[in-house]
Design a protein around this ligand. Structure first.
Ligand SMILES: [Zn+2]
Length: 426
């Protein structure tokens, strides 16, 4: 099927394109207009007036929970949530059961995704066997099996020598290393940001230095091994300062920010709402300010959700015992548009699209995130002015653990196309 998308504002940061125009799809790929005439049938037309037409968005930090935790989310439902949120490519984390630490499990995930997922699902592989932080996983075979990155996300390798070897192997086989930055000795059993609210509520504190110490370790390793290390879900002001300094002298270090870390601060936990319990935790106002500055000056160049579904019965327990994390695929674009572009005016729309397309694609070295002729027709239509209310009961995700239910947001994805086919709305 051939399609013409008419009169949209086409924003394609990879090609420095920002103009009102038409976009053509022939045979599931982006085409130039002349290719349409080689077909006899009349193409479908989509009116994109007053909409942004962007390359399909990429979220490089998603928990799809399969294999092993199918009551929280499946590859099928997670992919539908991605499509509803405007995402055409997602990278799933390896903390499944079994952990994604062998080529067999990676093959299973890819086969399952090919069968049931309506968006592109790219697996990441574990750094260490069983995410135990003791022995390296077979990084070369994982790469051959198709992983786009390695990470122990959810856990963090404490042994710096082991992590150094991981970064060296990753460099040899050509995959980036993503890291969940948490020093176990400094953090202990912390569940909320160590500060005013942890003291007042008597909850164990998760200090900023527990993240900063590992960000510093990763900077040293990226520098020493001359290879890309990417710090996941950065939450603390000190981490932004460390990244800024290291990137300024050319170290291959990067960081990502999730919407909850700029939308909320640790005062949100005062009612012991377990949907405000995440790892790393919601932090103080100064941290939010520093994250916004880091996004504004390019220190932070990637945004993501850390979509972490949990069933209601798992979150309906006392704060200490509840699992960390919230769902994010269906709220993140709206939150970032609302907060970064509309409210705080931290960045403009093309920059936000860049942070969800060409920047993650470059880190992962994947062929996605542009509207160049010949690429797969993965396209996200965004209405930046649409005002809407988050309704968790309507999520495509199997889980509803969000602190944003009922929030009024401005801007969202209104149509998602993968390989030339509309996957949202369906
Ligand atoms: Zn994590």
């Amino acid at each position: 099927m051939n399609t013409v998308i008419r009169n949209g504002r086409i924003i394609d940061p990879a090609n420095q394109r920002d103009e009102i125009g038409d976009l053509f799809i022939v045979g599931g790929k982006i085409a130039d207009g002349s290719q349409l005439s080689t077909f006899n049938s009349q193409p479908d037309e989509i009116d994109a007036s007053n909409l942004i037409v962007a390359p399909g968005l990429i979220d490089l930090h998603v928990h799809l929970r399969e294999p092993g935790f199918g009551w929280k989310e499946t590859i099928e439902t997670g992919a539908r949530a991605a499509a509803a949120g405007g995402f055409t490519t997602i990278v799933c984390m390896p903390n499944t059961l079994p952990a994604a630490d062998t080529p067999g499990t990676i093959a299973w995930i890819r086969d399952r995704a090919a069968e049931v997922a309506c968006v592109n699902v790219l697996p990441s592989g574990a750094i260490s066997k069983g995410l135990m932080g003791e022995e390296l996983a077979p990084i070369g075979s994982l790469k051959q099996a198709g992983v786009v990155a390695i990470t122990d996300d959810g856990r963090c390798i404490q042994n710096n020598e082991l992590m150094r070897r991981a970064v060296e192997y990753a460099r040899m086989v050509g995959v980036p290393v993503l890291d969940h930055c948490q020093d176990y000795n400094l953090v202990g059993n912390g569940v909320v940001h160590e500060g005013y609210w942890s003291t007042l509520l008597g909850l164990p504190g998760w200090p900023s230095i527990g993240e900063e110490a590992i960000v510093m370790r990763n900077i040293l390793l990226a520098d020493c091994c001359d290879h890309a290390v990417h710090c996941q879900h950065i939450s603390a002001a000190g981490s932004v300062r460390l990244l800024r300094e290291a990137r300024g002298r050319g170290v291959k270090i990067s960081g990502e920010v999730c919407p909850h870390h700029i939308a909320l601060t640790d005062d949100a936990i005062q009612n012991f709402d377990t949907n405000c319990k995440m790892n790393p935790p919601l932090r103080a106002k100064e941290d939010v300010t520093a994250l916004l500055e880091g996004i504004a000056d390019g220190t932070i160049e990637i945004l993501c959700s850390d979509h972490a579904p949990h069933a209601q019965f798992e979150k309906e327990v006392e704060f200490d015992a509840a699992p960390f994390g919230i769902v994010g695929l269906e709220t993140q674009l709206g939150l970032f548009l609302d907060l970064l572009v509309d409210k705080h005016k931290t960045i403009e729309l093309p920059r936000l699209i860049e942070m969800f397309t060409v920047n993650p694609a470059r880190l992962l070295q994947i062929e996605a995130g542009t509207l160049s002729v010949g690429r797969a027709a993965d396209i996200t239509f965004i209405d930046p002015d649409l005002e809407w209310t988050v309704d968790a009961q309507n999520f495509q995700s199997m889980s509803r653990n969000t602190p944003f239910d009922g929030w009024n947001l401005k801007g969202r994805a209104v149509r998602t196309i993968v390989g030339g086919k509309t996957v949202y709305p369906v």
